[in-house]
Design a protein around this ligand. Structure first.
Ligand SMILES: CC(C)(COP(=O)(O)OP(=O)(O)OC[C@H]1O[C@@H](n2cnc3c(N)ncnc32)[C@H](O)[C@@H]1OP(=O)(O)O)[C@@H](O)C(=O)NCCC(=O)NCCS
Length: 391
C-alpha cells in the first residue's frame, strides 16, 4: 500500500457571521483557497486529479456541488473535476480521508482536499428547514421517526444531554471558554498562524476601502471569566451559553494529498504522513460524544495509546465535547487545541476538518511534535479520527 502525505495546508482566517467575509460568495472563497494552495505549493495545477470538498449546508449559494463550483472559480483548468462531501461537521476531514484513500490505493497520485462554508450566506439549517417550510418535506422520514419517536435531532439538545452524562459543570465550561480565547489570542499575536493563514482581500461596499482579512475575527482579546460567566443561557433552564458554543463562521481550508508518485510529480517535501484514519457511528440523539468511542477505537486499531500523541485537535463544537473527550480518553488538556478552538476561532462547518488539520500540522512543526490526532463530532452521531505523523 502507498503512503498518503500532506504536502501543503492553508486556511483562510475565520470571519464572523455577517462579518468581514460576508461579501465573499462561498464558491469564490473555495476558489480563493485552492489558488492560495497552488501559489504556496508552486505545483503544476495539471497534476491534480480530483478536488474533494467538504460543505455542510449544500443549499443556495453552496448548492450544485460546491467542490466543482470552487474549481470553476479558481485558476485550475476545467479539466480538473470536483466533488462535494457531506459528513456533517466532519465533511472536510472526510474529504481528507477520501483523498488519502485514493492516493494510498494508487487510483490517483495527487488529490486536493478542502472545505468551505459561509454561515452568513448559506445559514445552518437552510438545506433542511427551508424546503420543509415550503412544502417539500423533511429529511427525517417515517421509518427514522418510528425508530426515534418524538426525537428531533438537535446538536443543542445533544450538548445539553452530555452535561449530566459526563458530570460536567458550568464553571468548567467558563474556564475552558476563557482558555480557548486566551490561546487563540496568543497564537495570533505571537504569529503562530502566520504559515497557515492566507489573508483574504475584502472591500467595504460603503467606503470602497480595500483591506486584507488576516486574523480570525471571533477572538476576544479581552476575554474574562466574569464576562463569560455572565452570558445568558441559550435555552431557558440550561447552563450552556453562546460563550460555550462554537461561533458561526465563514471560512475555507485546503490540503494537498499525494502518494510516493505524487511526491515525484509535485517535487514537494511532505509536511506529514497520514498514519491512521477511521470513522465511527454512535447514538444520533446524544450525537456529539462519538469522538470518545471513535478515538478509543482508532488508538486500538493504530496500536497506540493517548500518551503516544503529542497534540490533539478536538473540535470545540460546544465546550462539553472536548472536556468529556479529554476525561474519558485520559488526555492532557495542555496538549489539546493548543492554539485555541472553535469557541474563539469559529467553526465554519464544512471547512473545519481541513482547518483543524492545517493548524495541527503547523502546531506539530512549531513544537517539534511527532504524532497529532484530530477528531470532530458530527451531526447524525458520527466522528472521524485522523492520526498524522509530522515529517
Ligand atoms: C449559540 C449561538 C446560537 C449564539 O449565537 P449568537 O446569539 O448570534 O451569538 P453572539 O456571538 O451574538 O453571542 C450572544 C451574546 O453573548 C455574548 N458573548 C458570547 N461569547 C462571549 C464571550 N466569550 N465573552 C463575553 N460575551 C460573550 C455576545 O457578546 C452576545 O452578547 P449581546 O447579546 O449582548 O450582544 C450560535 O453561536 C450557535 O448556533 N453556535 C453553535 C453552532 C453549531 O451548532 N455548530 C455545529 C456544531 S455541532
Amino acid at each position: 500500500m502507498n503512503e498518503a502525505y500532506i504536502v501543503a495546508a492553508v486556511r483562510t482566517p475565520g470571519g464572523k457571521k455577517g462579518g468581514r467575509l460576508k461579501h465573499w460568495h462561498p464558491a469564490d472563497l473555495g476558489g480563493f483557497v485552492i489558488d492560495a494552495l497552488l501559489e504556496r505549493s508552486g505545483i503544476d495545477p495539471a497534476v491534480i486529479e480530483d478536488v474533494v470538498f467538504g460543505c455542510v449546508t449544500q443549499a443556495g449559494e453552496q448548492a450544485s456541488n460546491i467542490g466543482r463550483q470552487s474549481v470553476l472559480a479558481s485558476s485550475l483548468p476545467h479539466t480538473i473535476p470536483g466533488t462535494t462531501v457531506d459528513r456533517a461537521c466532519g465533511s472536510s476531514q472526510q474529504a481528507l480521508h477520501f483523498a488519502a484513500q485514493a492516493v494510498k490505493s494508487g487510483v490517483m497520485d495527487v488529490v486536493l482536499a478542502g472545505g468551505v462554508e459561509s454561515m452568513t450566506r448559506s445559514p445552518m439549517g437552510l438545506a433542511a428547514h427551508f424546503p420543509s417550510e415550503h412544502g417539500f418535506g423533511h429529511y427525517q422520514g417515517p421509518r427514522c421517526q418510528a425508530r426515534y419517536p418524538g426525537i428531533k435531532f438537535s446538536q443543542f439538545d445533544g450538548a445539553a444531554r452530555m452535561i449530566p452524562m459526563y458530570e460536567l459543570s458550568k464553571p468548567e465550561f467558563d474556564k475552558f471558554a476563557l482558555e480557548s480565547h486566551r490561546r487563540a489570542a496568543y497564537a495570533t499575536t505571537s504569529g503562530q498562524f502566520a504559515k497557515e493563514i492566507v489573508a483574504v482581500p475584502v472591500r467595504d461596499p460603503e467606503s470602497g476601502k480595500e483591506s486584507l482579512h488576516d486574523r480570525d475575527e471571533g477572538i476576544r482579546y479581552d476575554a474574562s471569566l466574569e464576562a463569560i460567566a455572565s452570558v445568558k443561557p441559550i435555552s431557558a433552564g440550561g447552563i450552556l451559553s453562546a460563550a460555550h458554543a462554537s461561533q458561526l463562521c465563514d471560512g475555507a481550508a485546503a490540503l494537498l494529498i499525494v502518494n510516493e508518485a505524487g511526491l515525484k510529480k509535485t517535487g514537494l517535501t511532505p509536511l506529514a504522513r497520514v498514519h491512521h484514519m477511521s470513522v465511527l457511528g454512535g447514538d444520533p440523539v446524544v450525537m456529539l460524544d462519538v469522538p470518545i468511542a471513535a478515538t478509543q477505537a482508532a488508538l486500538r486499531k493504530a496500536r497506540m495509546s493517548i500518551e503516544d500523541i503529542d497534540l490533539y485537535e478536538v473540535n470545540e463544537a460546544f465546550a462539553p465535547i472536548p472536556l468529556a473527550w479529554a476525561r474519558k480518553v485520559g488526555a492532557d488538556l495542555s496538549k489539546m487545541n493548543v492554539n485555541g478552538g472553535a469557541l474563539a476561532l469559529g467553526h465554519p462547518l464544512g471547512a473545519s476538518g481541513c482547518k483543524l488539520m492545517t493548524t495541527l500540522i503547523h502546531a506539530l512543526q512549531a513544537r517539534n511534535g511527532r504524532y497529532g490526532l484530530q477528531t470532530m463530532c458530527e451531526g447524525g452521531g458520527m466522528a472521524n479520527v485522523t492520526i498524522v505523523e509530522r515529517l
